[in-house]
Design a protein around this ligand. Sequence first.
Ligand code: UD1
Length: 342
Amino acid sequence: MKKTANILVTGGAGFIGSHTVVLLIEQGFNPVIVDDFRNSEKRVLKGIEEITGQIPVVHEVDVVDKEAMHAIFQQYNFEGVIHFAAYKAVGESVQKPLMYYRNNLVSLMNCIELCEEFEVKNFVFSSSCTVYGEPDDILVNENTPIKPANSPYGQTKQVSEQILKDAIDSKNGLRVLCLRYFNPIGAHESSAIGELPIGVPNNLVPYVTQTAIGKLEQLTVFGDDYQTPDGSCIRDYIHVMDLAEAHIHGMKWLSRQKDDTYEILNAGTGVGVSVLEIIHTFEKVTGTALNWKIGPRREGDVSQIYADPKRAFDLLGWKTKRSIEESLKDAWNWEQKLANEK
Ligand code: UD1
């Protein structure tokens, strides 16, 4: 793959997308962002510029709009696609399943068909550990059997992986890498970009930082009666910059593979951290006391899950470098930066 290759980044203004765009630019690639800013903000573009010194190329387009996407594929000679654009709120997907199926599946099918038409080979897809459902083993590797998804959102990720697999089995000439993200947290170390949840956050770490800054009153720990050492749920929290690096490694790796390659890799740290450990570590590294209480379990939560990241290391030579302390500190610095802007 040419160092200066054009890479389409759908959802490139989102949380993981924007951090990946920064790395692509820093490595000399030409990322082309497609984002309709439904779940992201234009200020992200300024942040990317602040870090890289380059104004990112952006098309304000919905990936579901195939005609508009066709024009973009026509304009650029893409060497790869990183497809982030999707809805991701578990609870909302239960309320609005069709909206999730249409958005997440049609956008994916558009991208695949356009890659076929324009002979774009390398395709990295944002999948999620949610595809494992409630696994029998808590340390999951890519061969851990897939259980029924526990939300329409999870279902869209399972079906998306299957669509990609079927497309590859039909020998369509693509090379596909599905990265199953665990729990991405943190922010760029410069605090120029980070997570921008819309409304009250569902995810733990933005809830923690917004409580600490005083935007939210109190954090509720969803259950302390799980079969875990401290009773709270265990997850694998990965720094968003480590995750962004996985995409760059993945894209370079794909470009060296044969056509019709299909690979799935876990993107996690391999370390499980409980909700209570997140709280205590946050308080320790930031010196800020958090207002929290124990509450009932949240419906649909898996008690514990974390990644076996070995295959990703074996294939890509990629592993995470940043600690949970660093991740929480970066998330906190970002929250403080946002508060100072107001
Ligand atoms: C979920 C999805 C994941 C998706 C991600 C992004 C599943 C199994 N996981 O991750 O696929 O990519 O959302 O949206 O569907 N918690 C609290 N209090 C809070 C918020 C969270 O105690 O206010 C706890 C949760 O119970 C959980 C942990 O914190 O144990 C992490 O929760 P969250 O950040 O929402 O992520 P997941 O549910 O793991």
